[in-house]
Design a protein around this ligand. Structure first.
Ligand SMILES: Cc1ncc(COP(=O)(O)O)c(C=O)c1O
Length: 401
């Protein structure tokens, strides 16, 4: 199929809720993709911070193929070996949690909110309200959307879940002021991803954890984007020495195969009693087998350490190119460039259409570019991406003048 045919079928057959770049890929290896015309791209978006092991990592492909030959799905009415092994391994890695598996980030958030409500009602004396942050992103289902602090995503879908209060991200005094006797949980991203890689002061997360203990509410940390190596630690909360009550994971959990997870401390997990929550596909054989292979790769290829090294290299290179014309920030391989002028979409387009190799990056609004490459990215990949970016930067800036 050529690109025009794919585009026509998309317009005819699909709902128009995505604005897509004019490219269709057919093949990927590591940090590289090829489109239907055979053009090569360096992928510094990784399916929106998903493909941590890169595209078609041989270990993940083998795990998927092997499991596909054996058994795909039976439902959670039965015991599922790979899910059991994954749950124990993931829970231990996080520091002693029990896992509920689902299929996406939004579902991991739904499970987290439902568990917090259940505990609020049955353990914390009827508490039910939730505090979330402005500019946050937690997903598109009604519950996840209700705690997403971006009114543009709420438009047309109200009324949303009641009892949610928003406070400015990073502002501990405002958060403290918003706590009431009815607050059952605070939900927070350790670093805000979708709003442009916003990193709070080091005291923010520990401050919420302290308040959670003092005022008896749960700390839900949304690690959907930051989790499993991206920021240079296995979990981003480990930068801050806090112990969340509940953790939401998805994105890179099965290296690009759909999977989400809610992790809860055992004293809380026990309140998700039999029948109180479920997912037909959650933790199926295929997703669990690939997630186990992803964890093997993460450990053997030291992906968190690599994220720190490559992230520093990327940030330094971007700083050299952008100079005083913007701010470069990030942790590990979660990096953003914020410009003083509204040039992010033009830069993104120039990078995508660069020849002979394109560079895939993501524009957030008109001033921020986000770089979230696969965690297996090499020095050569980073240097080549910087070289493409430098060319596009000069071209876009020259056009502006
Ligand atoms: C921090 C965070 N939470 C939740 C989600 C929702 O995940 P999904 O799109 O898999 O539902 C996202 C997606 O970008 C995210 O970045």
């Amino acid at each position: 199929m050529n690109f025009e045919e794919i585009q026509r079928l998309t317009q005819e057959g699909l709902t128009p809720n995505y604005s897509r770049y004019p490219v269709a890929f057919i093949r990927g290896i590591g940090a590289r993709l090829w489109d239907v015309n055979g053009k090569e791209y360096l992928d510094f978006l990784a399916g929106i911070a998903v493909c941590g092991a890169g595209h078609c990592h041989p270990r993940l492909v083998a795990a998927l193929q092997q499991q596909a030959d054996m058994l795909w799905h039976t439902s959670n009415l039965f015991y599922i070996g790979p899910q059991a092994v994954l749950g124990k391994r993931l829970g231990d890695l996080a520091g002693g949690y029990q896992c509920f598996f689902c299929n996406s980030g939004a579902e991991a958030i739904e499970a987290s909110l439902k568990l917090a409500r259940k505990i609020g009602k049955t353990v914390l004396g009827g508490k039910w309200q939730i505090i979330a942050c402005e500019e946050s992103f937690h997903g598109r289902t009604f519950g996840a959307l209700s705690v997403t602090g971006q009114p543009k995503y709420h438009f047309g879908f109200e009324p949303l879940l009641p009892g949610v209060r928003f406070v400015p991200y990073g502002d501990l005094p405002s958060l403290e002021n918003a706590i009431t006797d009815e607050t059952c949980a605070v939900i927070v991203e350790p670093i805000q991803g979708e709003s442009g890689v916003k990193i709070p002061d080091d005291g923010f997360l520990p401050g919420i954890a302290r308040l959670a203990k003092e005022r008896s509410f749960l700390l839900i940390v949304d690690e959907v984007q930051t989790g499993l190596g991206r920021t240079g630690k296995l979990f981003a909360f480990q930068h801050y020495q806090v112990e969340p009550d509940i953790i939401a994971l998805a994105k890179t959990l099965a290296g690009g195969f759909p999977m989400g997870a809610m992790l809860a401390k055992p004293q809380w997990a026990e309140h998700l009693t039999a029948g109180s929550h479920a997912s037909t596909f959650g933790g199926n054989f295929l997703a669990s087998a690939v997630a186990l292979a992803f964890l093997d790769v993460l450990e053997e290829e030291k992906l968190p350490e690599r994220a720190t090294e490559m992230g520093d290299r990327l940030q330094q290179g971007l700083k050299r190119i952008v100079g005083e014309q913007g701010e470069i920030r990030g942790k590990g391989l979660m990096v953003a460039a914020e410009f003083s002028e509204p040039i992010a979409p033009a830069l993104r387009d120039a990078c995508l259409s660069a020849e002979p190799t394109g560079l895939i990056v993501n524009a957030i609004g008109d001033r921020i570019l986000r770089f979230v490459p696969p965690l297996i990215v090499s020095e050569e990949d980073v240097d080549e991406a910087l070289e493409i970016f430098a060319r596009c930067w000069s071209a876009v800036r020259a056009k502006k003048q």
